[in-house]
Design a protein around this ligand. Structure first.
Ligand code: ZN
Ligand code: ZN
Length: 484
């Protein structure tokens, strides 16, 4: 009999790690990080220790102690004997950390199935991220030494390419069906607040299973979600694992609504317009780009966003040449400083290797230029780069927060810090946002249409609310095996 074991995503939003076992085939549906548990025990300056490999993560329930899935280098450092690989694949629905971050810990011989955009975003995170858990597309042997030219031992770093291993990725196209052991897997794209999001329909002799991943019906790709429901319905699944983030909310908002709001706010602005948004939500980025264009302003992106847009290529909503790239002052801050007799190498030294490719582009721009013609620009900005306000000295500027309201204590503190900056510079702030998740009524319609025998709500703080509307709900417990 097939079974499901839920190692995350239970009574919380995200952290999905769901093990499906069927006729000797074992696959994980997502392998994400739980922000909830991480925030219970850790803070900015209290993090799980690298030196314990997996021990801090096992101890506090951040990762399940499942045999045969974790990296050999980590197990060895914990004095655990080598293990045989025990799962056949991981299916990722999208590249958000709460679904994908912890693949960092997985063996490199476990194949990962996902969309092209998901793989690209994970690669960008690996190349540009500051997160230490970034062995997402490749993995570098940890706790390993090599003999250097002097004949003594050195610690392996990413520069020792012999110790960097490629993970095995299978990029899936829509309608592709692949066979993994006894299961047939179909990737079906959905609308969500990140490019490349998908759900899966899994076919087996004993019945079919549908997994929604994260889904919404109000973005620019809403047709994909409708198509997903049709596909799932046609599979007549016995089991449906659905996200339920907003089961308690009937609020309807839409990406096109956000576009009109931001367009109007820009129209009334006299000075610079700053927009704070989730960096990898390319739908939102496109919304801001269009709103800026309607107002004859150029959209100015950060170096990180520039890197992502370029990496996505045709999967991005517009090309990098259509926007300006803001090069912030860093370290010595020599950018835009003329006549001091230093050479370009000195300017470059302030920037990471991946950033250097952008700072001398034709469409690169500095705070100095923004300050000269503030009415010409809409600037992508976050708290983490807000100290550029000192360089910009903005007058009559506005700030549009186009991301979710803070929900953790840490986020509330960050929000307060941001508010202090805005007050200091007399910047008026506004809010325009639409969620990445379906509303309660939309979720009910999805479930009614797919009509599974059994329903497993995950990725929600309120799984019990599903019981008010459906009889066949399983309120799942963490780590318990459910025979299907
Ligand atoms: Zn999620
Ligand atoms: Zn998500």
């Amino acid at each position: 009999m097939p079974s499901l074991t839920f190692y995350g995503g239970i009574n919380e939003i995200g952290g999905n790690k769901i093990l499906l076992e069927a006729e000797g085939t074992r696959i994980f549906l997502d392998f994400g990080m739980s922000f909830n548990i991480a925030n219970q025990y850790f803070a900015e300056f209290l993090q799980p220790r690298k030196c314990t490999a997996l021990a801090d993560f096992f101890e506090l329930g951040l990762l399940p102690d499942v045999k045969g899935i974790y990296r050999e280098d980590y197990l060895k450092h914990m004095d655990r004997p080598a293990e045989e690989r025990s799962v056949d694949a991981v299916l990722l629905t999208h590249a958000h950390a709460d679904h994908a971050q912890y693949i960092h810990f997985l063996r490199t011989d476990i194949p990962i199935y996902c969309t092209e955009a998901t793989r690209t975003i994970l690669q960008v995170l690996e190349e540009t991220g500051s997160n230490p858990l970034s062995d997402l597309v490749t993995a570098c042997d940890a706790f390993t030494f090599y003999t250097n030219k002097r004949g003594t031992l050195s610690r392996v770093t990413r520069r020792n390419t012999d110790f960097v291993h490629e993970r095995i990725y299978h990029v899936m196209a829509p309608e592709d069906r692949v066979t993994i052991g006894s299961l047939e897997i179909e990737m079906v794209p959905v609308d969500h607040s990140l490019p490349g999001a998908c759900g899966y329909v899994i076919y087996s002799d004993e019945g079919n299973l549908v997994y929604t991943g994260d889904i919404r019906f109000h973005g620019y790709n809403q047709a994909l979600s409708k198509q997903f429901v049709k596909k799932a319905q046609a599979a007549k699944p016995k089991w449906l694992v659905t996200e339920g983030t907003r089961i308690d909310s009937a609020r309807t908002d839409s990406e096109s609504g956000v576009r009109s709001e931001i367009t109007q706010l820009i129209a009334t602005a006299k000075g610079l317009v700053f927009v704070e948004h989730p960096i990898r939500d390319l739908d939102r980025v496109n919304t801001i780009f269009e709103a800026a264009r309607t107002n004859d302003r150029a959209f100015v992106v950060t170096l990180k966003l520039a890197y992502l847009i370029e990496a996505l290529g045709d999967l991005a909503p517009f090309s990098l040449s259509a926007v300006k790239i803001l090069v912030p002052k860093k370290s010595w801050g020599l950018i835009g400083k003329d006549g001091y007799g230093f050479d370009w190498n000195q300017v470059e030294r302030d920037y990471a290797n991946w950033e250097r490719a952008f700072i001398s582009r034709e469409n690169a721009i500095t705070c100095k230029e923004l300050q000269q013609k503030p009415e010409n620009y809409v600037v992508s900005m976050s708290l983490w780069e807000i100290n550029q306000l000192t360089d910009l000295q903005p007058e009559a500027a506005i700030w549009i927060k186009s991301s979710c309201e803070p929900f953790s204590d840490e986020m509330k503190l960050d929000e307060e810090r941001k508010r202090n900056w805005l007050e200091h510079f007399g910047i008026k702030d506004y809010f325009a946002h639409a969620s990445g998740h379906a509303s309660g009524p939309e979720l009910k319609a999805l479930i009614n249409a797919i009509n599974p025998d059994r329903l497993y709500p995950v990725h929600t703080e309120h799984p019990e609310l599903f019981k008010d509307f459906f009889k066949n709900v399983e309120l799942v417990e963490l780590g318990k095996k459910y025979t299907l």
